[in-house]
Each structure stands twice: as structure tokens, then as C-alpha cells.
Design a protein around this ligand. Structure first.
Ligand code: CMX
Length: 441
């Protein structure tokens, strides 16, 4: 790992120097205006963060260091006889900014294998929770229990210099990513498989081993996990999970604390929990209609009923995207290749035809198209992973790759504490009446 760590530091120092010059010359340049509505309405479209790992285009979708998802599926190294990218490769790309070689990817797999040991007290902490606890509650609790292992926290307590923050955050991030599949698989087997656990396979890649520990030995499920872990990893910096991890990390909370905070955000139904909501919604529709393959007309009626009940159609809409999410398309392609006749997968495709015109007709929804969560569950159900409450944990394991890489970048670039200004409506009213000088300045 020494070599990759050195490469990262070299890249980090180079960019830090560039940013210093850039700010010296252009630091006072205005990059946009902020409207009153934006500070009341979720800061949509307000640029306020720098995140190096990926960039989201409203029309095109996500690009990781300039590469789209179709390009990544082609260019990143694959497992033996596999055709989907290994998430280790995406991690390298986000960290170093360049495509990895097969050897780079292998060295990350090896390091994550070596560092994957989870101490017993973490399993004991999980066991202290009722089995009925939501898997995301068990997961985040386990990450908090793992925090005893933080090197950043220990080194900070021992008086670490500012110059070394990045180094400790890097080591914690590698350890945490290495351990997450074991923790997540433990929760899955505990909650759904009678507590019969499966030991890691030291010869498998990170995602393949995760599939194995959850009890899925099918090669194409392992391929699905590699794709899943790649496409869910990062979605630039403003989404709730990435932004929260970054914010909490800016207080120099260690990577365990920062990541756990971010994943509490991922567990919200407007964010990562939407993946369970989609399958729940389709299962309920199938049950109510008494059919495995509802017709277009039936789906249209069910969507209208959902909206009339004041609920959102899960898996549709996005705060930034304005087209079909390429992460949805990648999963659709996987479905067409591996399970074109699956009735649940076909229902997802039929929902894709039915929903956008209805949402569009309402006139208020900015993006009627599907996001990543609209498709993922159906692929998992095909392989027998029907326990949809677990799906957000899969998302969380993948999201670690993006948010922790970004945390490494935050520290190597020396980003400070994040602390935006807030105001009260009373002050806003004064601005409007001209009783306070800031308004309009
Ligand atoms: N179904 C019904 N109504 C929807 C909708 C949907 N799928 N998407 C947006 N709307 C509604 C909003 O609730 C809002 O209604 P009100 O004005 O009554 O409050 C209105 O349309 C305008 O919303 P918007 O500006 O288009 O969307 P936002 O940026 O506010 O929200 C998102 C984005 C994702 C929260 C929203 O589209 C949504 O709730 N989608 C369903 C949940 C979902 O799939 N989330 C996963 C997103 C991806 C991820 O993070 O994993």
C-alpha cells in the first residue's frame, strides 16, 4: 500500500499547490449568485463545495474523474472471467485521478484482504441489538463500535501534527473499507439466515468476497455485486451522505465517526433508503393486484393512487439529474443480459414506461426520470436476496469508497472546518424592509 499512498500524497501536494496559486490569483472571483429561495429550499443549484472524486451533470449523469459509467464498465480491470468493473479500480481512479493497472487493483484487493479483521466487540455490539432492528441501524452501530480502531483518533490524542492528518485518515479509510463487507455480511446472516455465518474467502476480490460472505456463490451475483459496488460509490459532493461525511470530517472527527454520520443520512427514504422503498412498493402493487406482471394500465392506476395518497413514487426524481440516471441504465443492461425474462425486472421496465409521463403531467416535479434506486432491488431479488430492508446496507458499503476517498482529499488539501452562515426569517424580513444593510448588497 506504501506505493499507492505515496502516489496519493504526491498528487495531493501538487493539487494543494495549484489551489494555493489559483486562490491567490482568482480568490475574489464571483462564481454565482445566491437567491433567497435557495437558502430556504435545500440550497439547490448553489455551488458551495469542492469534491474531486466525481462530477454530476444534470443531463449526462455522473462522471468519475471524467469517465462516464459506460466508459468505466469498459476500461476498469475485471475479475477473472468477469465483465463488470472491480470496485477496487474505481477506488484507485477516485483516489489517484488516473485509471489503474491490473497490478494496482490487485494490490488494493490484497491490502483490503489483509486489513479486513473485525474485532469481536463489534460483533458483540451488533448482537446487543434486537434482531428486529433495521439493518442500517445495526450497520451504523457496528461502524461506531469499530471506531475503537481509529488510528486518527489515537494519533490526534497523542499530539499528531496537522501535516500528518491526511496520513491517519488514509489509513483509517483503508481499514474501514476493508472491514465493511464483513460487518454487513454478518448483519445479513444474523438477521435473515439464522445467525449462520460464513468465513471470508482470502482469494476473492472485495465485492466477490462480500457476495460469498452473504451466502451468494453464483458467479453472476458476484458480477452484480462488482457492478453495484462500482456504480453506487459516489455522486459528487452535495448529496446527503457525501456532504455529511465531509462536514463531520471537517471537525476532525475521525473517518469512522464521519462515515457513520453520512450513513445515517443515507438511511433516509429520500436518499439511499429509496432502494428498499421501490421493491416494497412493487411487492405491494403485485399483491394488491394479484399478479406478478401488472399491465401498463394497472401500473398507471397504481401510480396515481400512490400520488393521491400524498406519497412519492420511490426511485423517481432527483435533486440534480434531469434525465434517466445512467446508473439505472447500467443496471437495465445487466438485467437484459442476465435475466431478460424475470417478471419483477420486467415490471421495473414497465414502471419506467408508465411513471415519467404521469410525473411530468403534474407540472411541479423537476425530474420525472428514474434514479439508481428504481432498478437495484429487482436484480437482487432475482438471485434470491428478497430481504429488501437490507438493500441500503449494500448502498452504504459501496458509498464508503466515494465518501472516504473524498475525506482523504479533504485532509491532504488541508480543507478547514465547514461553517456556513445561517440567518433567521426575522432578519430576512428586515433585509426586505431595508432595515438591515446586507440586503441587496
Ligand atoms: N414522486 C412524487 N412526487 C415527487 C417525486 C416523486 N418521485 N419527486 C419529486 N416530487 C415532488 C416533491 O416531493 C416536491 O413536492 P412538493 O412541492 O409538494 O414538496 C416537488 O415534486 C418538487 O420536487 P423536485 O424539486 O422535483 O425534487 P427535489 O429536488 O425536492 O427532491 C428527491 C428530489 C429525490 C428527494 C425527490 O425526487 C423524491 O422524493 N424522489 C423519490 C425518492 C427517491 O427516489 N429518492 C432517491 C434519490 C436518489 C438517491 O439519493 O439514492
Amino acid at each position: 500500500m506504501g506505493i499507492i499512498k505515496d502516489r496519493f500524497k504526491e498528487k495531493g501536494d501538487a493539487l494543494a499547490a495549484e489551489i494555493k496559486d489559483l486562490l491567490k490569483e482568482h480568490g475574489t472571483k464571483k462564481i454565482g449568485e445566491v437567491q433567497l429561495s435557495q437558502i430556504y429550499q435545500g440550497m439547490r443549484g448553489m455551488t458551495g463545495l469542492v469534491t474531486e472524486t466525481s462530477l454530476l451533470d444534470a443531463q449526462e449523469g455522473i462522471r468519475f474523474r471524467g469517465y462516464s459509467i459506460p466508459e468505466l464498465r469498459e476500461k476498469l480491470p475485471k475479475a477473472d472471467r468477469g465483465s463488470e468493473p472491480l470496485p477496487e479500480g474505481l477506488f484507485y481512479l477516485m483516489l489517484i485521478g488516473e485509471l489503474p493497472t491490473e497490478a494496482d487493483v490487485q494490490s488494493i484487493t490484497d491490502v483490503w484482504q489483509r486489513r479486513s479483521h473485525v474485532p469481536n466487540h463489534v460483533f458483540a455490539t451488533i448482537e446487543a441489538l434486537p434482531v428486529s432492528s433495521h439493518p442500517m441501524t445495526q450497520f451504523v452501530t457496528a461502524v461506531m463500535a469499530l471506531q475503537t480502531e481509529s488510528q486518527f483518533a489515537k494519533r490526534y490524542a497523542a499530539g499528531m501534527s496537522k501535516k500528518e492528518y491526511w496520513d491517519a485518515v488514509f489509513d483509517d479509510s483503508m481499514d474501514l473499507i476493508a472491514r465493511l463487507p464483513r460487518v454487513a455480511a454478518y448483519i445479513y446472516r444474523r438477521k435473515y439466515k439464522g445467525g449462520v455465518h460464513i468465513q471470508p474467502d482470502g482469494l476473492l476480490d472485495w465485492a466477490g468476497n462480500f457476495a460469498h460472505m452473504m451466502g451468494f456463490e453464483n458467479d453472476s451475483f458476484k458480477e452484480l455485486m462488482r457492478l453495484y459496488m462500482t456504480i453506487h460509490a459516489d455522486h459528487e459532493g452535495g448529496n446527503v451522505s457525501a456532504h455529511t461525511t465531509h462536514l463531520v470530517g471537517s471537525a476532525l472527527s475521525d473517518p469512522y465517526l464521519s462515515y457513520a454520520a453520512g450513513m445515517n443520512g443515507l438511511a433516509g427514504p429520500l436518499h439511499g433508503l429509496a432502494n428498499q422503498e421501490v421493491i416494497k412498493w412493487i411487492f405491494e402493487m403485485r399483491e394488491e393486484l394479484g399478479t406478478e406482471l401488472p399491465t401498463q394500465e394497472q401500473i398507471v392506476e397504481y401510480v396515481k393512487k400512490t400520488l393521491a395518497a400524498g406519497k412519492v413514487v420511490p426511485g423517481y426524481g432527483h435533486a440534480v439529474l434531469r434525465k434517466t440516471d445512467p446508473r439505472f441504465t447500467a443496471q437495465m443492461e445487466f438485467g437484459k443480459k442476465h435475466m431478460p425474462d424475470d417478471s419483477l425486472v420486467q415490471t421495473v421496465w414497465n414502471v419506467y414506461e408508465a411513471v415519467p409521463p404521469i410525473l411530468q403531467s403534474l407540472g411541479k416535479i423537476k425530474n420525472p426520470w428514474p434514479n439508481v434506486d428504481a432498478h437495484s432491488g429487482a436484480l437482487l431479488v432475482h438471485y434470491g436476496m428478497v430481504e429488501y430492508e437490507f438493500y441500503t446496507v449494500l448502498f452504504a458499503v459501496s458509498r464508503a469508497l466515494g465518501v472516504l476517498t473524498s475525506l482523504c482529499w479533504d485532509r491532504v488539501l488541508g480543507f478547514p472546518l465547514e461553517r456556513p452562515k445561517s440567518v433567521t426569517t426575522a432578519l430576512v424580513k428586515k433585509w426586505i424592509k431595508g432595515e438591515d444593510e446586507i440586503w441587496g448588497e
